[in-house]
Ligand binder design. Structure first.
Ligand code: ATP
Ligand code: MG
Length: 256
């Protein structure tokens, strides 16, 4: 569903993303990890077509993000690092606006917005002006705009940032439910970046870790945490090592 193929991004002298490839299948939630500045946001912005790649491409739901952007983007729900909210609109109006932009048919928009509001626990604040909401509520609105058109692919840049513990749990439950729906809807694919390793352990099946723009780990969580190892240990080891030395062989090119 999500294929990154040798994605690279150069900013002047800095190769912020260096030939990163991975594949994420239906029903998979992948945790995208890496220290600050590793290139996670840059990679996600290329996956969604918001940022042109210096090299490589991404295929989303079978559509090339750069040569077939309309179809590829239709398949994507994207929560950017800084969600594109209109502070002067109310929550409901904003989500109806986004649903329109995402080609949700006019007659289906009300139901689509209601479902997104409910899923993100926003129904009570639907008439509030976005600019007056707290950080956590704005983050929920960001999530709601990502899912309002019911996309098969979710690309979430730190989805639980700024949320309170109860809401963190609800959003994690929502992500799991979207991927393995109980009602027989289509399965989805999710890549989410986070600095909360516990979040990865709670909801991800696989871990992709980048450092200095390069993929250094791509492995099932079960492998990474086998024999009493912890994700924290792996993260510390990989992010403190230089280049590709010291990387555990099991972590090279995991299953996909
Ligand atoms: N527009 C830009 N121009 C120049 N350099 C940039 C630009 N955007 C990002 N960078 C650089 O690219 C690198 C990767 O940044 P990126 O935001 O992708 O990291 P990240 O993994 O998302 O980090 P964080 O965990 O802090 O969110 C950093 O060194 C950053 O300074
Ligand atoms: Mg980032």
């Amino acid at each position: 569903m999500i294929v990154a193929r040798e994605l690279s991004k150069r900013y002047g002298d800095l190769l912020a993303v260096d030939h990163v490839s991975f594949e994420i299948g239906k029903g998979e939630v992948v945790g995208f990890l890496g220290p600050n500045g590793a290139g996670k946001t840059t990679t996600m912005r290329m996956l969604t077509g918001f940022l042109p790649a210096t090299d490589g491409t991404a295929i989303i739901g079978g559509h090339d993000i750069f040569s077939d952007p309309i179809n590829a983007r239709r398949a994507i729900g994207y929560l950017p690092e800084t969600p594109p909210l209109y502070p002067e609109m109310d929550v409901d109006g904003y989500l109806r606006h986004v649903a329109g932009l995402k080609d949700v048919k006019r007659r289906d928009r009300r139901a689509a917005v209601d479902q997104a509001l409910e899923r993100c626990s926003l129904t009570d604040v639907r008439r509030k002006i976005i600019g007056t909401l707290s950080l956590g509520y704005r983050q929920r609105v960001g999530l709601a705009q990502a899912i309002v058109h019911d996309p098969p692919v979710l690309i979430l840049d730190e989805p639980t940032r700024g949320l309170d513990p109860v809401q963190i749990r609800e959003i994690r439950r929502l992500i799991v439910d979207l991927v393995s729906p109980s009602r027989g809807d289509n399965q989805r694919s999710v890549i989410l970046s986070t600095h909360i390793l516990e979040e990865v352990e709670a909801i991800c099946q696989r871990v992709v870790l980048i450092k200095d723009g390069r993929k250094t780990v791509d492995a099932p969580l079960s492998e990474v945490t086998a024999d009493g190892k912890t994700l924290g240990d792996l993260f510390a080891r990989v992010t403190s090592s230089h280049g590709h030395e010291g990387v555990d062989p099991v972590t090279e090119e995991g299953s996909s």
